[in-house]
Design a protein. Structure first.
Length: 304
């Protein structure tokens, strides 16, 4: 790739070589000409990941132009992601995971258009965002930390959430952030190592600096798929660690959460190419069809 990339995709990986291979295959197949670079952080893998990446990085013209890999030594997902951000060349940087597979050739185009059209957008989540609500109840257990009265997962109210981006307070992976945001507020805070609540803390810092944070359900649109459970135990959720990190997050941001409890949250119109709208319409029909069928059988007026 002669021109600088528009999007740097950072993928931290540990002992997950077969799944990682499928991840890279999906990007090569569906984004062969997209202005992206993939940066794989091989975090002290004990399987054949390093050998695989050494061979894969020179296997095809696409790989030689678009794929880089970097060795780290057991630093965990948060630090590995920050290392990828330091190596990235693009003005937009994505935190992707090795068990996420691209499924649509239109996704990169839509994401680039969205950030170009909406300069106030600092970070965009591609799955589900989080709304934080104030609570006077103490947090003593992990279940209390993620109680829906305190933490709400959302892609915005339907049915318009098929057609727009929804402002949220915090995010979960995968997401894209502007380089300008990280230059202003700093990278993921290593106080949250190995991972957990680090991206929520980053989202709040970005909002505090004046940018907006949004989400859209691109996985639901058919743009990618996340295996979820395949990521190795090194990156898996440790409830005690997550509780500690969650308490740190609330210590920093509870006052902000209380102050902003009634703020209006913006929406933005999606900017997909025609193929994105077609895919969305197909996914929406498949999603709604069982509900429509049940409603017809119940005779409640859905019949057309």
């Amino acid at each position: 790739m002669n021109e600088p990339p528009a999007l740097s995709v950072v993928i931290a990986t540990f002992n997950n070589v077969d799944v990682l291979g499928r991840c890279l295959d999906s990007w090569e197949r569906l984004a062969p000409d997209a202005p992206v670079e993939l940066i794989v952080i091989e975090d002290g893998c004990r399987d054949r990941t390093a050998e695989y990446l050494e061979e894969r990085a020179t296997r095809t013209p696409w790989a030689r132009a678009h794929l880089r890999w970097i060795h780290e030594n057991n630093v965990h997902e948060l630090r590995a992601t920050n290392r990828g951000f330091r190596e990235a060349r693009a003005p937009l940087m994505m935190s992707w995971q090795d068990d996420m597979f691209l499924r649509a050739d239109w996704l990169v185009s839509e994401l680039l258009m969205s950030f170009d059209r909406y300069p106030e957008l600092g970070l965009l989540c591609l799955s589900r965002g989080l709304l934080c609500h104030p609570s006077d109840e103490p947090i003593r257990t992990w279940a209390e930390l993620v109680d829906f009265r305190r933490l709400q997962s959302t892609i915005g109210p339907g049915p318009l959430n098929w057609f727009r981006l929804q402002e949220v307070d915090a995010v979960i992976r995968p997401w894209i952030v502007r380089r300008a945001c990280l230059e202003r507020v700093g990278p993921l805070d290593e106080a949250f190592v190995p991972t957990g609540w680090d991206e929520a803390d980053l989202a709040f810092r970005i909002r505090q600096a004046g940018w907006r944070v949004a989400t859209h359900g691109y996985e639901r649109d058919g743009a990618f798929v996340h295996l979820g459970s395949s990521t190795l135990t090194k990156f898996a959720l440790n409830l005690d660690q997550d509780l500690r990190n969650g308490l740190l997050f609330h210590e920093r941001w509870d006052e902000t959460i209380r102050r902003e409890r009634d703020r209006l949250r913006r929406t933005w119109r999606r900017r997909p190419p025609a193929a994105g709208w077609i895919s969305t319409a197909r996914q929406a029909w498949n999603f709604l069809l069982p509900w429509r069928r049940n409603a017809i059988l119940a005779g409640d007026g859905w019949r057309t």
